[in-house]
Design a binder for this molecule. Sequence first.
Ligand code: NAG
Ligand code: NAG
Length: 316
Amino acid sequence: MKTPLLLLLLAVALNVQCALSSCPHPPSQWCSSLESALQCGVLKQCLESNFTRSHQTADAVEVVLYYESLCPGCRMFFTEMLFPTWLMLKDIMSVTLVPYGNAQEKPDGQKYIFECQHGEQECLGNMIETCLLNMTDVAYQIIYCMESSTDVIKAAKSCLELYSTRLKWDSVMSCVKGDVGNQLMHQNALKTGALKPPHQYVPWVTINGEHTEDMQDKASNSLFTLVCSMYTGPKIPACGGEAKPKRYRSYCHEEESGTLGSRPPGSGYHMTTSSHLPRLSCRPSTLDGPQPGPSARSIKPSRSLGTLASYVSKAL
Ligand SMILES: *[C@@H]1O[C@H](CO)[C@@H](O)[C@H](O)[C@H]1NC(C)=O
Ligand SMILES: *[C@@H]1O[C@H](CO)[C@@H](O)[C@H](O)[C@H]1NC(C)=O
């Protein structure tokens, strides 16, 4: 019984010195295993975070988003509302994405043929995102990267490469073109078809399995506030709960500044800032055929985290 603990301590000791230089994982995966936590020098933090999570007394607030990969309103809701909220409130909320929306399916032998509201490209986008959700635990980050790019489909490969070194684009494409993707998309069709009440537009949100217009409105205005208010456990610091007082003992003096807040060009996130855009949603319609996806003008990626900050300040 004692050997694993000893090995662990030994591993910790060995890893302390070379922790940062030998960390091959993106931050989102640091806590995904004991090994990566050790390699990245964040074992203590990961154990604490895992402890908090496993001692959560109340159920997480379950948010499910039914959406389409090229619907402008869906892109805005995911990039400006759901993803930033999830980043801040992961510990008290669960997120499920169902890319399908107003698509339709027809059986064709053992498989299904799909038709999407915004055409073939949207079906491809839905399928790539469905496969990602099935194949990697950094799917939300990759989908965020895609949906906040000018061209959702063209961005997919580089977004994948940015967040995952393990999953290869070829594997994603074999899912997309193969039976697995087809079956997974059929599951999305069934989940979307089973909604009660049936969805009338996308983005369509359910919270703890329910949809009401009131909830949808609140989710669209500030999902952050809604999730904080619906969580029945003790208030977490992000929601304005009591945080342990912190005494800051390290200061950054002038000569060190300048590296903070500035990112090298071409690195990091693209964050959509489009508060000037109207709220959009896509309603199913038999009249409108395939439409082109949003143009560069309708969704502008930017490198600013200003939107995120504005949600936090609005919510507080
Ligand atoms: C944290 O919890 C996850 C899920 O339970 C587990 O897979 C992972 O190994 C844990 N990480 C650490 C550092 O213990
Ligand atoms: C991925 O899809 C396969 C095949 O449908 C399924 O068995 C598996 O549970 C899925 N995995 C995840 C993580 O969703």
